[in-house]
Design a protein. Structure first.
Length: 131
């Protein structure tokens, strides 16, 4: 299985989405592109304390908030199927939260490949925000 490339337009669209979520009061504390090796696909993982209660009981409402923010950014490449909303206590986030610190409104582009962090193997990851 070949590794699918993460293109610059997806990264730019993701940064625009995170910024729009900040403006909407749904500031993500974590946003990263994560490569799922078994499925040969990238997913934009987003976690926000504002979305946690919705993910537990009203997941569709959480996604709707993110989709509305995404639509207002006029994305070039990013679409709904690229997104994965996760709770702030998601196991991968817990393993990575001390790796890169961006601050609550910061954006980074920290790239990791073929790494094991806190016992979790990461084929490839690009952290945009980790606060």
């Amino acid at each position: 299985m070949g590794e699918k490339a993460l293109v610059e337009s997806l990264i730019s669209d993701a940064v625009a989405l995170v910024t729009k979520l900040d403006e909407a009061g749904t500031s993500p504390t974590f946003a990263a592109w994560y490569y799922y090796d078994d499925a040969d696909e990238w997913r934009l993982l987003i976690a926000s304390p504002a979305l946690d209660p919705l993910l537990q009981k009203q997941e569709a409402v959480a996604y709707r908030k993110v989709i509305e923010a995404l639509a207002s950014t006029s994305p070039a490449a990013l679409n709904l199927s690229d997104l994965k909303l996760v709770a702030t206590n998601y196991q991968l986030l817990q393993a990575l939260k001390f790796l890169v610190g961006t601050g609550p409104q910061g954006i980074a582009r920290a790239h990791f490949k073929d790494s094991t962090m806190n016992g979790i193997f990461i084929k490839e990851l690009v952290i945009l925000r980790s606060a």
